[in-house]
Ligand binder design. Structure first.
Ligand SMILES: Cc1ncc(COP(=O)(O)O)c(C=O)c1O
Ligand SMILES: Nc1c(O)cccc1C(=O)C[C@H](N)C(=O)O
Length: 402
């Protein structure tokens, strides 16, 4: 943390643009826009790209940006300095992590994941397995059965810490310790953890992790993902996506690939400089808040939302764990009319989202959501559900992106 520590919400709310009349509960999918982003991106465009042109790779530090920004993310996820690389999408980063993890455990052929994992992680695993052609198997169990499913047959434990639908949270330290005792390499998807709650990658001994920056980290649509490689593996982890920027000497233009040292080898191609400028502006806020403060507010706001909704609308069934340690930073309810009810809420300015088959999700982002917003939202939820407003035909229209 640098400069003066900001008070969560009291000091941070004013640092975000949010349209009047909107109560935003979708920062777990796309975070709100920090005030400093437009100015920062504009500066990079005009002063760096516009004036420095190609020289900016050196003069403006574009080339070292993925590593420099990675170090700023490292602080938020309990990672060692120099262990986090930025770039690409999370789908690609989990692919790289899984490929490296499987390569470290070549005699075993089972990848263990759970049915609460985000589908892209599973799809990327299927694709990697087909490409490897060595007979690997992707084994899926229910989230609560993961611990019991760890065995000496498993090569890699490949899971998302916080379930995107229910908000259920795995115990990273416990599962990693048990996995290691059985010779299993671990890959953690932190999409719903980074900026949502304290993560201790170094302390828990995780091997690989990856996450995105467009959710709780507020870096905007398509913002770059991050990849963590534990320092003990970084010089031998195989880079499956062996692009030129991860080469030991990219500008030697050798015809053969030789990996760079450390996490640098997990770079692939040219980094998204403009998108990373937006991320840097957002991290200017994160540098000044304590993630423990964010977590404390998140749990209190989550408890408040649960209590208010349960009191007002017993039809909505909580699917998020009540126990603090076992939940991320969202509250989800199952409701048969969930899709339409969410459309009706959005029409009233309460923006959450819906996940099939029946889950209404409310992301809790304490940097810009406070008690007043939660109470107001609960009131509107009651009006929509009790008044059966959601049954109106206009709320039944299904959008392409939900
Ligand atoms: C757990 C998880 N992993 C991966 C993704 C997607 O990654 P990508 O940034 O490649 O779209 C998401 C959300 O889109 C997610 O929730
Ligand atoms: N990445 C997204 C997108 O490009 C469009 C719509 C939604 C998303 C999401 O991030 C979805 C999100 N991972 C989820 O938890 O459902």
């Amino acid at each position: 943390m640098t400069e003066t520590r900001l008070r969560v919400y009291d000091d941070t709310r004013a640092l975000f643009h949010l349209p009047d009349g909107v109560i935003y509960f979708d920062g777990n999918s796309l975070g709100a826009l920090p005030l400093g982003v437009a100015e920062r991106v504009n500066r990079v465009i005009t002063a760096e790209w516009g004036k420095e042109l190609i020289r900016a790779w050196n003069t403006a530090g574009w080339y070292v940006q993925p590593r420099r920004v990675g170090d700023r993310i490292a602080r938020l996820i309990g990672a060692e300095a120099g262990s986090v690389m930025m770039g690409d999408t999370l789908s690609l980063k989990v692919y790289q992590a899984l490929a490296a993890a499987l390569d470290m455990n070549r005699e075993r052929l089972v990848v263990l994941s759970d049915t609460g994992n985000f589908p892209t992680d599973l799809y990327m695993a299927e694709g990697l397995i087909a490409t490897l052609g060595r007979g690997h198997q992707l084994r899926l169990v229910a989230p609560e059965e993961i611990e019991a499913a760890l065995s000496e047959e498993i090569a890699v434990l490949y899971i998302t810490e916080v379930d995107y639908r229910t908000g259920r949270r795995h115990d990273m330290a416990k599962l990693t310790t048990k996995a290691h005792a059985l010779g299993i390499v671990t890959v953690w998807d932190l999409a719903h953890s980074a900026g949502a709650l304290p993560v201790d990658l170094a302390g828990s001994g995780a091997d690989f992790a990856a996450g995105c920056t467009y959710k709780y980290l507020n870096a905007g649509p398509g913002a770059p993902a991050f990849l963590y490689v534990a320092p003990r593996h970084a010089d031998r982890a195989r880079a499956a996506l062996s692009g030129w920027m991860g080469h030991a000497k990219p500008f030697a233009f050798d015809l053969g690939y030789a990996p760079a040292g450390g996490v640098e080898r997990m770079r692939v191609g040219t980094p998204p400089v403009l998108a990373m400028a937006a991320l840097e502006a957002s991290l200017d806020i994160w540098d000044r808040v304590d993630i423990a403060d964010v977590r404390a507010r998140s749990l209190a706001l989550g408890d408040l939302l649960i209590a208010e909704v349960e009191r007002r609308c017993p039809q909505l069934k909580l699917v998020t764990p009540r126990v603090h340690e076992r939940r991320g930073s969202q509250v989800s309810f199952a409701f048969d009319g969930g899709y339409a009810a969410m459309q009706a809420l959005i029409a009233r300015g309460v923006i959450g989202d819906f996940r099939a088959p029946d889950i209404m999700r409310f992301g809790i982002t304490p940097l810009y959501i406070g008690e007043a917003e939660v109470l107001k939202a609960a009131e509107i939820i009651e009006e929509i559900v009790k008044g059966e407003v959601w049954k109106r035909p206009e709320y039944q229209v299904v959008n392409a992106v939900t």
